[in-house]
Design a protein around this ligand. Structure first.
Ligand code: IPM
Ligand code: MG
Length: 369
């Protein structure tokens, strides 16, 4: 196979800072593991808008379609709050997801032992937690038509978004959840609001159909999404894989993230259908946002972005052993006490910088050889 190609879109806010650390890790793999990547960089989000008047140019979109994997930092910031909806930084991200057809968004929430004390929940509730949220990413209320703000004859205005799902959209994301479950603890919990929404009724029926016809060996349960949110903070270890729609997945994954202590820890993978070379269309990004309040201060935690690259090794480059190596290096530095500011309480001593966290992980990688 040719040298695998990566498109880096560092984006806005802390995106470039955390991505700098990922670039060092990529270089390390080239030098020490003989794994070369063909890396290109480009703009997305506010920085793309500043330069081109759009959060994602057609040229960048075309490049994203051609590479083996896209690595994205973060998009958005207060400078862009008043922009028209169509050119907001977030539209760049949504366009990538939609046009690459990245329907399956994997958001693991794993509590590192060293951080179990740091969660806002009791230690026994989160210690050893390892769940995977599979969020549908290309449909639902994020993309449904009609949408817009309309003038009514009586002088009022009306805002409309449409929640819609089709059979095939539900079945394909359900399959990806069942496939993952088979490699984990073999349990899927599907979440929707079938008690109030027709799209939720269809969701439940189609997930059940896929289960009965294709994955009867996997344990399947259903929950209303509000009850699911409650169960996630009550006893999260009851879950293995959770599969849910685009909007509920957005909310539930932020909730799950906080179980682990910090949003600065959580990676994600967005996967589509296989390309000609057999690799899935793919984009990897941290779950956290652009964090304008700490941008440019060396405070950002690069771990979510680094673990996103580990997911790329696992899901795009089929190298579970190297993904394990990188994840173990992160676990090691946390166990040794390395903490960026987001991982420390007010009385907990001095944090290390973004670059120092990168240094520590590189040293742990060296030590793993
Ligand atoms: C996420 C984010 C995005 C979303 C925003 C930035 C558009 O919150 O990836 O969870 O709502 O999907
Ligand atoms: Mg979100």
């Amino acid at each position: 196979m040719n040298t695998p190609s990566l498109l880096i879109l560092a984006g806005d806010g802390i995106g470039p800072e955390v991505m700098d650390e990922v670039k060092r890790i990529i270089t390390w793999y080239g030098k020490k593991r003989d794994m070369e990547f063909d890396v290109t960089e480009d703009l997305v989000g506010g920085v793309a808008y500043d330069k081109h008047g759009t959060p994602l140019t057609d040229e960048t979109m075309a490049k994203a379609q051609e590479v083996d994997a896209v690595l994205l930092g973060a998009v958005g910031g207060p400078a862009y709050d008043d922009l028209d909806f169509s050119v907001k930084p977030e539209r760049g991200l949504l366009r990538l997801r939609k046009e690459m057809d990245l329907f399956s968004n994997l958001r693991p929430a794993k509590c590192f032992d060293a951080l179990a004390d740091f969660s806002s929940l009791k230690k026994e509730v989160v210690a050893g937690l390892d769940i995977m949220i599979v969020r549908e990413l290309t449909s639902g209320v994020y993309f449904g038509e009609p949408r817009g703000i309309f003038d009514l004859p009586n002088g009022e205005r009306e805002g409309i978004n449409t929640q819609r799902y089709t059979t095939s959209e539900i079945r394909r994301v359900a399959r990806s959840a069942f496939e993952l479950a088979r490699k984990r603890s073999n349990k899927v919990c599907s979440m929707e609001k079938a008690n109030v929404m027709e799209s939720g009724v269809l969701w439940r029926e189609e997930v059940t159909w896929v289960h009965e016809n294709e994955y009867p060996d996997v344990e399947l349960s259903h929950m209303y999404a509000d009850a699911g949110a409650m169960q996630l903070v009550r006893w999260p270890k009851q879950f293995d894989v959770i599969v849910t729609d685009n909007l509920f997945g957005d909310l539930l994954s932020d909730t799950a993230a906080m179980l682990t202590g910090s949003l600065g820890m959580l990676p994600s993978a967005s996967l589509g259908v296989p390309m000609e070379n057999g690799r899935p269309k793919a984009m990897y990004e941290p779950v956290h946002g652009s964090a304008p309040d700490i941008t440019g201060q060396g405070k950002a935690n690069p771990i979510a972005c680094i673990l996103s690259f580990a997911m790329a090794l696992r899901y795009s480059f089929n190298d579970g052993a190297e993904a394990d190596r990188l994840e173990a290096a992160v676990e090691k530095v946390l166990a040794d006490g390395a903490r960026t500011a987001d991982l420390l309480g007010p009385e907990d001593g001095t944090p290390i910088s973004t670059t120092e966290m990168g240094d520590a992980i590189l040293a742990a990688l060296d030590a793993s050889l």
